[in-house]
Ligand binder design. Sequence first.
Ligand SMILES: [Zn+2]
Length: 55
Amino acid sequence: MKTLKCSDVGFDCAAVVTAETVEEVLAQAAAHAQEVHGVAVTAEMAAEIAKKIAG
Ligand SMILES: [Zn+2]
């Protein structure tokens, strides 16, 4: 299981995304960032976020 804490990406946010694969975590994180934080995740941001995914 892959896990990403929203706070690890730099947001003051308690959300945690978990999924089976890195790609799925990134997809969920991008949707979360857009919906909750109003941020569109770019390819560069996704690459940085991918480094922070645990598990
Ligand atoms: Zn968040």
